[in-house]
Write a protein of this length. Sequence first.
Lengths: 151, 126
Amino acid sequence: MTAPTPYGIVGPDPESLALAYFTPLMSPVPVTTRLPKPAARADTVTPWLRLEAGGGFMRDDEIMFDLSLILHSYAPQNEEPAAAKNLRTALGYGARGIYTFTVTDPDGVDWWVAHSKVQGNLFKQNDPLVNMPRYKAMLMWRIPGQALAVS
Amino acid sequence: MTEPLAGGGADDPGTDTDAPAGAHTFRDGSEMVIDKAAFSAFAIQALHAPAVIAALADEVAQIADYANSIAVQKGAIYAVTEVQSWPDSKRARANVWSSNFAAMIDDAHNSTLFKALAHFGGTATQ
């Protein structure tokens, strides 16, 4: 009898996973993980959605991760309702309760979202770095980790 | 409001021909009636118990400590409110909040309160 191979459990990168999930669903709204830097001569800025890893933890079963994702929705002053609408739409796509779904990350690895919910509903809080209205909210995705071989 | 949480009342008798009002019928035909008012009174009593209030105070203190530990803005202070245990409220409540201007700026920049909430697995307003 050989000794079992030691391994660790690794969770997904929440930002790249969420980027892969939300980008096609929210199209044509741009989805980013950082603040865009429009050209100095740009005279229009469109609404967009920014994703940020909010943290989370490995659950006591030592398999599932509860990963939190903060969504920031921006829009120009004259399109403020679009910021709220985009965020509500994203929350609808991202918080599906017991309806599970699978997201493929940029490395081609499938991650199964076993449970998802709105952890903090949208509220308006201007971003000191951006002169546009911002709404933000937080989602939680419960995802089983995957075995990582240890040599 | 004298009886804010005294149960949901009986079901419409017109929708249920055999079972008593408010009864749940199981697959084997047996029935169970929950005294919602009594259950609510028990729950309210439990959620205002001194041990629960102490645990709640400890939990919000931990969340505030964590928020202060990850705050980036110099001088930011996240604090807790006193536990509010009003008898006409369903449960005792407490809040973690950005208690000074630096904390407000910090939270607007870094979503510190959301991250503190995520760290403990909570849901906003719980």
